[in-house]
Design a binder for this molecule. Structure first.
Ligand code: ADP
Length: 469
């Protein structure tokens, strides 16, 4: 079936029964986020025999929670929307945003392959034809579904359709515990729900287990001061892939680089990330005094720092009915009770118990900045296409929370895992959030989804090259 492209149809996805697990595969892919699923499809289309192992009962990991979009430069979608962009600008802004600590070879590959990744998705009927902007980017690069629905769940669903159509085996509730290199391949020790242990062999391995944002042991080790922060991550984001990679000699890098997301609603036991799109589509942030205090679309590290520097260490995201109509996720936030609303700005101030006059004049000042395209107070340059002037008005209470782990397994731009001396560990690949280096000390919103598709595909291609040698 090499070269055949699999087209999706309507579907209901079910995991394979464990009895179908075979003893050996060309590529054992650990994790069913967008990295793992993309990798499996690419491997299959190259004629390899992949399997996906997922420890949770739910498929999709943190990818499922991604909301804003998938960044890409020089795409047809951008041109169709009058956005003229360049790989060089995308590279430069990501590098700048990452404190110039990004792995430059990885970043170069990334910036020049995102447009191809959008095309590849489109050729599989996963269409990201709408654009928005995220913090730290000067252009509309975040590609999202035409419905403006959150990108992550849409992507997982689209990829699963293809997985099912191609009958690529995917087993849930199968946790990979250890890897052991052998001359014939790598032994993969797994535990199946109910504690059954088994071993299978991967002629190559792709570690796509995601990050460690919910891994308190890792956080304690590398950033103990963050231990009492809430996290936006799913409970399976415990950094298992790091341990298994270490066992076979991999180096871990930039582990202390943990991203705090500035806008997380955490007044309920669960921490809900309020996607950057809300600001990208025009929302502002105000303090308890009802005043703006930062360029809301600066990078996540800058905006988070600005919020934690306020005496109350939290802020209100303020927007109007027009922003609501442009961001589908707001319906969900509203549905689960995270959104305060009022007919007028003054009434909203009353609901929030903040100074009426301050909030009114903040909105007036902001609307003037939008009209004149000049934010003299904080220098904001994006997400300024529309005034906030159409009631009802809305507010979401937000504060920073642990969101993303930039560090991880040391890899090269071919996703090959490296040991402490910089040598390739043959047959072992890592991609997605588990891999370190692409983002430097701050990931730009929209770059993680792009990373999963670009490097998920790359991992499969490199496994192919390795196996055909
Ligand atoms: P990415 O964005 O890099 O694709 P995700 O967080 O979306 O990462 O997905 C990673 C997936 O890997 C999650 O579904 C997670 O449950 C799964 N996973 C993590 N550790 C293991 C493990 N030890 N065995 C199998 N699956 C794992």
């Amino acid at each position: 079936m090499r070269g055949a492209k699999i087209m999706p149809e309507k579907f209901v996805f079910t995991s394979n029964p464990i009895e179908q697990l075979e003893k050996e595969y060309d590529v054992v892919i650990i994790g069913s986020g967008s990295t793992g699923l993309t990798c499996a499809i690419q491997a299959y289309e190259l004629g390899l025999k992949p399997v996906i192992l997922e420890k949770m009962d739910k498929i999709g990991g943190n990818t499922n929670r991604a909301s804003s979009g998938m960044n890409a430069a020089e795409t047809e979608v951008q041109l169709a929307n009058g956005v003229v962009d360049s790989f060089a600008d995308f590279y430069k802004e990501t590098y700048q945003g990452g404190g110039k600590l990004n792995n430059q070879e990885m970043l170069e590959y990334f910036a020049t392959h995102t447009a191809l990744a959008i095309e590849w998705l489109s050729s599989h009927e996963i269409e990201l034809t709408d654009l928005t902007v995220t913090g730290g980017m000067s252009k509309k690069r975040a590609h999202r579904p035409a419905s403006t629905a959150p990108v992550g769940a849409y992507l997982i669903k689209g990829l699963l359709r293809i997985i099912q159509k191609a009958s690529i085996p995917l087993f849930t509730q199968v946790k990979v515990e250890h890897l052991k290199k052998q001359p014939s391949g790598t032994q993969v020790a797994i535990s199946i729900d109910e504690g059954v242990q088994k071993t299978i062999v991967g002629r190559s391995i792709v570690i796509a287990t995601g990050g460690f944002g919910a891994g308190s042991e890792w956080i304690k080790k590398y950033r103990p001061e963050l231990l009492n922060y809430k996290t936006t991550n799913h409970s399976g984001a415990t950094g298992d892939g790091l341990l298994m990679a270490q066992e076979i000699g991999a180096e871990l890098i930039q582990m202390e680089m943990i991203q705090i997301h500035p806008t997380v609603q955490q007044d309920t036991p669960h921490a809900y990330l309020i996607g950057e799109t809300v600001r990208g589509e025009g929302a502002i942030l105000v303090s308890n005094e009802g005043k703006r205090f930062v360029d809301e679309l600066n990078t996540r590290k800058v905006v988070s720092r600005a919020i934690t520097s306020l005496p109350e260490k939290s802020a209100y995201l303020i927007f109007d009915e027009k922003v609501r109509s442009r961001v589908k996720a707001i319906e969900f936030y509203n549905h689960i009770g995270l959104v305060e609303s009022a007919a007028t700005v003054a009434e909203l101030a009353e609901v929030l118990k903040i100074d009426k006059q301050n909030l009114t004049s903040t909105l007036a000042g902001w609307n003037k900045a939008v009209t004149t395209k000049s934010d003299t107070e904080f220098g904001r340059k994006t997400g300024m296409n529309n005034k906030l002037d159409a009631g009802p008005f809305y507010a979401i209470h937000v504060a920073p929370a642990v969101h993303y782990t930039m560090g991880g397994i040391h890899v090269d731009e071919r996703t090959r895992v490296l040991d402490g001396n910089g040598y390739v560990i043959p047959g072992i690949f890592a991609a997605g959030e588990v891999a370190g280096g692409l983002h430097g000390n701050n990931r730009i919103g929209g770059n993680s989804i792009a990373e999963t598709v670009v490097f998920g595909r790359q991992a499969a291609q490199q496994a192919f090259v390795y196996l055909k040698k």
